[in-house]
Design a protein around this ligand. Structure first.
Ligand SMILES: *Cc1c(COP(=O)(O)O)cnc(C)c1O
Length: 376
């Protein structure tokens, strides 16, 4: 019997119609930012309740631009969770500000709002939270920000397609919201991102910040009033984005169905901590905590054993504050115990829109066998 195909932990889903459209865009010779960028931004704006949205080459640069839009720089502090991808803390550092890390909730992995409130100082300018295994508690985040006069930059890289409990899409309310369209996210433009802003004036500043800081003068020449980046999306990527947006609801529905199948079929001894089944969540990943203290194997060995069975496993995420860059700023082990535990124990199992129920069953069976065979 032939062994089943390798099942990666994430995979983009791009149909033949989209690939044909990409070929048309390339043949049109208009391949840098053009009509497809405008169409993609219109589709994103429609998803975000009509708020202005500007596309960029990644969520990382969208967060950098958001920080610049808020005039955050040297001497400023930005509060951000340490249980997230490195991008947010890196961009805070890159603009010259200081990331002030806080711990997270063990189940949702979203930032701890009590620690956030306690971390606010006169130098704090913004909160930069991640939507992780559930949409953020929007009311509490914004009540805190409003009370202390802070901006909010939402890292919604994982959350395109998520909805709050009242049904509003993530991105449709709040302050600044950054999305990612990396191939591992819920929709893809190959590489890409977007920033949701508040009004036309902020949108115009984003257009400048993503394109050299250029202003067009009435005489047809150009001026530069800020050292902008070069972050505009290509029309080829945007054409993929337009097609992917049309499939977003279907992709999310499939992810939700697969996640619920995982929760239904997952039975291990010893038990794992499973992600919460939150209504409206768009399920970018199925991340569990392994009961390592009850196993004779390390996570590395678990990942290798899964791989040997043809199943990919991701690690999302390390603890940001323990990266060399942030240790140099004085952060150390023991400061954020929940994040440090997640960083040690987390494992992301395969989840993408083209998976089947049979794939989920195969993963659940394989995990159960491996854990049972290596019980202390
Ligand atoms: C993927 C990811 C990012 C980075 O997105 P890019 O588009 O690759 O820059 C940022 N934050 C989180 C939480 C992510 O998962």
């Amino acid at each position: 019997m032939s062994s089943p195909a390798f099942l990666p932990f994430a995979r983009p889903v791009i149909d033949e119609a989209t690939i044909a459209k990409v070929a048309d865009v390339i043949r049109s010779n208009w391949i840098a930012s053009g009509p497809n960028v405008l169409a993609f931004e219109r589709a994103l704006s429609a998803w975000c309740g009509g708020r202005p949205v500007r596309s960029m080459t990644s969520a990382t640069v969208a967060m950098e631009v958001a920080l610049q839009l808020c005039d955050i720089g040297a001497g400023d502090e930005v509060i951000t969770p340490t249980q997230t991808f490195f991008a947010a803390a890196n961009m805070i550092t890159k603009v010259g500000a200081r990331p002030v890390f806080v711990d997270c909730d063990l189940v949702t992995r979203n930032l701890d709002l009590e620690e956030t409130a306690a971390a606010i100082t006169p130098a704090t300018r913004a909160i930069l939270p991640t939507h992780f295994l559930a949409p953020l508690d929007h009311e509490r985040v914004y009540a805190l920000a409003r009370a202390r006069g802070l901006r909010v930059i939402e890292d919604a890289a994982l959350a395109i397609g998520s909805r709050y409990p009242d049904g509003t899409a993530v991105g449709a309310r709040g302050d600044l919201v950054a999305f990612s369209f990396h191939p591992n996210k819920n929709i893809t433009t190959i590489e890409g991102g977007a920033l949701v802003v508040n009004d036309a004036q902020e949108a115009a500043r984003v257009e400048s910040l993503r394109f050299h800081g250029i202003l067009r003068l009435p005489d047809g020449t150009r001026d530069v009033d800020v050292a902008g980046g070069k972050y505009n999306l290509s029309d080829v990527s945007a054409a993929i984005g337009v097609a992917q947006m049309a499939q977003l609801e279907a992709f999310v529905a499939q992810r939700r169905m697969l996640a619920r199948e995982y929760l239904r079929l997952w039975h291990t001894d010893p038990v794992c901590l499973l992600p919460p089944d939150v209504e409206g969540h768009s399920w970018n990943m199925f991340a569990v905590l392994l009961p390592l203290d009850r196993l004779t194997i390390t996570r590395r060995e678990f990942v290798d054993l899964m791989h040997a069975q043809g199943i990919g496993v991701g690690v999302s995420y390390e603890a940001c504050h323990l990266a060399t860059l942030y240790r140099k700023q004085g952060y150390h082990e023991g400061q954020f115990p929940v994040t440090e535990r997640i960083a040690r124990e987390t494992a992301s199992l395969p989840l993408f829109a083209a998976m089947t129920r049979a794939d989920v069953e195969r993963v659940c069976t394989t995990v159960a066998l491996i854990l049972a065979a290596h019980r202390k």
